[in-house]
Design a protein. Structure first.
Length: 306
């Protein structure tokens, strides 16, 4: 029996999506059909292509060695069929972004991707960076626009810039005319995000630098709701000021902080097999959106009304 295009297609989508079940759903096939195609392909090649331990399908060395050629072969097949898009992303793009990116760049990004690849289907996930990077590593996402990403096997990183973070508090608060320090804020309510988030780490690092602790930490998973709580006089938070609506920003004070907040790197993290030009396109578009809203920091900003 010779290798068939159907076997290569099954192999590619398992590698792309990370599981036999997801590949079967993508191809509108039963999971036994997908498994059968892979058994036949492995028999023809004489090597296992996936490590199936732990409930996940991870590529073996033999599988990694044919992944690029499999993608090329499927691209050629689409070209022959006459229904292919121009070179680049095809079919499905699973895109994850942190909430700050969702506020500042997601609409423009989705519109630009659709214009560039009219037949592309986009599935969106908005979550904290740690969760997005874990989903990317598990091949549940193709691209994540997030903070503090680190390169790892199979994942490429394209830096965008340093994201602007600031301490924000109610505009009428007695501390509004002071330089904010960890000890000054230790008696106040601070709104934070889940453990492992960029904002959660930034708050922890800032207080730890002065061996201080916040008086009360209140969790909130939504940045927009956090901003509303701060504007209502209920506490302080670290946010990217550019995400604030004008009516909310009018009731919020941006503080000069001592020590200054450490900027966080914003990057596009992507599966290595995705085209470099499309990853660069995503990075450039997000950078433009952030720069136009002054959300990428170049130096510490003075305190004052936003």
């Amino acid at each position: 029996m010779r290798i068939t295009l159907a076997q290569i297609e099954a192999f590619y989508w398992i590698a792309r999506l990370g599981s036999f079940h997801a590949a079967a759903r993508q191809l509108n096939l039963t999971q036994p059909s997908i498994s059968g195609r892979i058994r036949e392909l492995e028999r023809e090649l004489g090597n296992p292509l996936f490590d199936r331990t732990g409930g996940k399908a991870r590529l073996t060395a033999a599988g990694r060695s044919i992944l690029d050629r499999s993608e090329t072969l499927l691209g050629l097949a689409r070209d022959i069929e006459g229904g292919a898009q121009p070179d680049g992303l095809r079919g499905l793009l699973r895109l994850g972004v942190v909430e700050t990116v969702a506020h500042l760049a997601l609409a423009e990004l989705v519109a630009a991707l659709r214009a560039r690849h009219p037949l592309l289907r986009i599935e969106l996930s908005v979550d904290i960076g740690a969760n997005l990077l874990r989903q990317l590593d598990d091949r549940q996402l193709d691209v994540a626009v997030t903070t503090d990403a680190q390169a790892s096997p199979g994942i490429s990183i394209r830096p965008i810039g340093e994201i602007d973070l600031a301490w924000l508090g109610p505009s009428g608060h007695p501390l509004a005319d002071t330089v904010l320090t960890p000890r000054a804020l230790s008696g106040e309510t601070v709104f934070t995000q889940p453990e492992g988030s960029t904002i959660g780490r930034a708050i922890g690092d800032w207080f730890a630098s002065a061996e201080a602790t916040p008086g009360a930490l209140s969790g909130c998973t939504s940045l927009s709701i956090t901003a509303e709580l701060v504007a209502s006089g209920l506490g302080f938070a670290i946010l990217t000021p550019a995400i604030l609506r004008p009516d909310v920003a009018a009731r919020i004070h941006r503080f000069t902080a001592d020590p200054p907040l450490t900027p966080r790197r914003l990057s596009v993290a992507a599966l290595s097999e995705l085209p470099d030009r499309d990853i660069g396109f995503i990075a450039d578009l997000v950078a433009q959106a952030f720069t136009s809203r002054a959300a990428l920091s170049t130096s510490s900003a003075a305190g004052g009304r936003i």
